[in-house]
Design a protein around this ligand. Structure first.
Ligand code: T6T
Length: 328
C-alpha cells in the first residue's frame, strides 16, 4: 500500500514537472529580427525567419537598417530593447567588437541573443572573449574565402595579380573571407599577387569606382574577388564597363540574380551561395527550443555553401540556392 502511494507520489511529481515544462514550452515568445542591411541575402534570411515563425507559432518584429554600420544598427537595437516585449533578438552584428556593448545591454534587459551570419568577438561563444549569445548560425567564411581563392586561381591559370574588394574592416563575415582567400593564395599559389582589400562600405558604386581604379593602375589584373553582394556587383560592373568581361575573372560571394546573370555572360567565374534561409529558420527554431528549456543547443552552426559555376547553374539541386526574393 505504502509502495503504491510512493509510486503515485513519484508519478504525480513527474506529471507536474512535465506539465510545467510543457507550459513553459507553450508560452508564446516574441523575437526581434535585426539583420545587417537591406540586401537580397538578408531578404532571403527574413523569409526563413518568417517561415519558422509561422510554423512554430511565434511572433517576430523585423527592423532592417537601410545602410551598413554600427551607427545605424545600434539605435535600432536600442529601440527594440526599449519596447520591453521581446524575449529574443536574432541579429547580424555589423562589427564584431563595437556591437558587443549594445547587445550586452539587451541581455542585461532580459533579452537573449542569437547571432546569424556575423558573430561577436572571435565567434567562439564557449571559450572566446564573448560568451553571452546562445549561438552563431552562419557560414564558415574562412573556408568560403579559401574556396573563392582556389576558384579564382584556377580561372587565371595559377599566376598573375588579383584584387579583393570588400565592405568594412572588423566585420566577421567579410574579414573571414579575406583571411581564407589570402591564406590560400600565399600557401598554394606563390605566383599570384594579391592586391587590396579596398573597403567600399557596402556601397556598390564605390566598389565600381575602386575596381575601375585598380583596373586602370594595373592593366595586367587577372581577377577580382568581390566578398559580398555589393562588392561583387560593383566589381562586376567595373569589369563590364572596361570591356574586360571574360578577360578579368570575377569570383562573387553571394548568389544574387545579378551575379548569376554575370556568370551566364562569362564575366563571373564562380558564385558562392550562402544559406540565408537556413540561418533565419534555424535561429527561430533555436529561440523556441531555448524557451522550451533545451540546454544543449550548439553554440556554433555552420550552414554550408552551394558553389555555383557555368556547369551546374541549371541543376535544380544547386539553382535552389540562388537568392530568390518574390517580386524582385
Ligand atoms: O554577404 C552577406 C553577408 O554574409 C555579409 O555579412 C554582409 O553582406 C551580405 O549581406 C551581402 O550583402
Amino acid at each position: 500500500m505504502l509502495r503504491k502511494h510512493a509510486l503515485f507520489a513519484v508519478a504525480g511529481a513527474m506529471a507536474l514537472a512535465i506539465a510545467s515544462h510543457g507550459a513553459h514550452a507553450a508560452a508564446k515568445i516574441k523575437i526581434g529580427f535585426l539583420p545587417g542591411v537591406v540586401d537580397p541575402f538578408y531578404q532571403v534570411m527574413q523569409i526563413g525567419v518568417e517561415a519558422a515563425a509561422k510554423d512554430l507559432g511565434v511572433d517576430v518584429v523585423t527592423q532592417v537598417p537601410p545602410t551598413w554600420g554600427v551607427d545605424i544598427q545600434t539605435p535600432i537595437l536600442d529601440s527594440m530593447v526599449a519596447r520591453g516585449d521581446l524575449d529574443y533578438i536574432v541579429t547580424a552584428p555589423t562589427d564584431k567588437d563595437q556591437m558587443v556593448g549594445p547587445l550586452k545591454a539587451a541581455v542585461d534587459a532580459g533579452i537573449k541573443v542569437i547571432t546569424v551570419d556575423t558573430f561577436l568577438g572571435d565567434g567562439d561563444y564557449v571559450n572566446g572573449p564573448v560568451k553571452f549569445p546562445i549561438s552563431y548560425i552562419g557560414s564558415d567564411n574562412i573556408e568560403g574565402g579559401r574556396i573563392s581563392a582556389r576558384g579564382l586561381a584556377k580561372a587565371i591559370g595559377g599566376k598573375g595579380t588579383v584584387y579583393i574588394n570588400s565592405t568594412n574592416p572588423n566585420v566577421s563575415s567579410v574579414e573571414g573571407r579575406e583571411k581564407g582567400f589570402k591564406e590560400v593564395m600565399e600557401k598554394e599559389f606563390p605566383n599570384i599577387k594579391v592586391l587590396g582589400p579596398d573597403y567600399n562600405l557596402d556601397d556598390p558604386n564605390k566598389a565600381t569606382q575602386q575596381t575601375a581604379a585598380v583596373l586602370e593602375r594595373d592593366p595586367g589584373l587577372g581577377g577580382v574577388f568581390g566578398t559580398n553582394v555589393f562588392s561583387a556587383q560593383g566589381a562586376g560592373a567595373a569589369v563590364v564597363n572596361a570591356g574586360l568581361g571574360g578577360h578579368v575573372q570575377v569570383v562573387a560571394y553571394d548568389a544574387t540574380k545579378l551575379a548569376i546573370e554575370l556568370l551566364n555572360k562569362g564575366v563571373v567565374t564562380l558564385v558562392l551561395a550562402q544559406k540565408p534561409y537556413d540561418m533565419g529558420y534555424m535561429a527561430v527554431q533555436f529561440a523556441v527550443a531555448d524557451a522550451a528549456g533545451v540546454t544543449s543547443l550548439p553554440r556554433r552552426v555552420e550552414t554550408g555553401f552551394a558553389i555555383i559555376d557555368k556547369e551546374n547553374v541549371k541543376d535544380p539541386t544547386i539553382a535552389r540556392f540562388i537568392y530568390q526574393v518574390p517580386g524582385k
